[in-house]
Design a protein around this ligand. Structure first.
Ligand SMILES: NC(=O)c1ccc[n+]([C@@H]2O[C@H](COP(=O)([O-])OP(=O)(O)OC[C@H]3O[C@@H](n4cnc5c(N)ncnc54)[C@H](OP(=O)(O)O)[C@@H]3O)[C@@H](O)[C@H]2O)c1
Length: 250
């Protein structure tokens, strides 16, 4: 009997990319999703930001969420948007069976909230999915969290700014998370980039200009061009009226 070796090897590796990273370095693939205007702004100075991109791009984000083990955000985004960070399966082109499966394996919502600033009643701690909240090991989680069965809290050490991101990723790796999707604001997104912790950027860019008073995509600042991170474009495609750019750090 003839045996073929290496059939669809690249495709197979791509399918289990997050798993391979987790078993070799301790945490899964980290993807950073950002939605921006064509001039790279994510919100107006007032904070108004919802629906920069169109319905097809938003549905594509739902697909990304459904593919992820974890959706991770910062307390700044939760306070500004009261986001639920759930998979809205009705926006995905799925059969009823696939939809049930997607909902049964809803991604874990992860919130970085060093000081315990989360409000009771926030959508991120609704019982629509499980939530893990990381807080600094010198603070005590709010008592109301202990009464919510779908919420867990985890103390972690502080890093130079905010919580120690490597410890958080290692903890998520131990929990078996292969695919980590970051949907955070400019502060936390920049921290992941600065610490070289992002494997892939997924940027949805809308054909709209928010102007120079709009909020920057990443809270990064450099003095010299030589210090700026360079990216490699993996894919540029059109999603409805928006662009989807996939890039990796070089
Ligand atoms: N366009 C998009 O794709 C997109 C996506 C998400 C959000 N947003 C927008 O972004 C805005 C919120 O942005 P933001 O910058 O205020 O919030 P953020 O980046 O989501 O959260 C920042 C907070 O996370 C906490 N944190 C814990 N550990 C950290 C670490 N190691 N590094 C950095 N932060 C850490 C800090 O608060 P503590 O010190 O209190 O823990 C920090 O202030 C909102 O207007 C939202 O609409 C846009």
């Amino acid at each position: 009997m003839a045996v073929s070796v290496g059939v669809l090897a690249d495709e197979s590796r791509a399918l289990i990319a997050g798993y391979l990273l987790r078993i070799t370095r301790g945490w899964g693939r980290v993807r950073l999703k950002l939605a921006t205007s064509l001039d790279g702004r994510t919100a107006m100075a007032s904070g108004e930001s919802q629906w920069i991109t169109g319905p097809q791009a938003r549905a594509d984000v739902q697909r990304l969420r459904a593919e992820s083990s974890v959706i991770l955000t910062g307390i700044g985004t939760v306070i500004a948007d009261d986001c639920a960070l759930t998979v809205r399966a009705e926006q995905l082109p799925l059969t009823p069976e696939e939809r049930d499966r997607a909902l049964a394996h809803a991604p874990l919502r992860v919130l970085l909230d060093s000081e315990g600033r989360l409000d009771q009643g926030s959508q991120i701690i609704s019982d629509a999915a499980r939530t893990l909240i990381f807080h600094a090991n010198d603070t005590v989680p709010a008592p109301f969290l202990a009464a919510i069965p779908t919420v867990k809290t985890q103390a972690v050490s502080r890093g130079t700014h905010g919580l120690d991101l490597r410890s958080i990723l290692a903890h998520l790796g131990e929990e078996g998370a292969n695919e980590i999707l970051i949907e955070a604001g400019a502060t936390l997104a920049a921290a992941f980039i600065e610490q070289n912790l992002v494997d892939e950027l997924v940027i949805y860019q809308a054909p709209r200009l928010l102007g120079s008073s709009g909020k920057a995509m990443l809270a990064l600042s450099f003095d010299r061009l030589a210090e700026t991170p360079e990216l490699r474009l993996i894919e540029v495609s059109r999603v409805g009226d928006d662009l989807r750019i996939i890039a990796t750090p070089t």
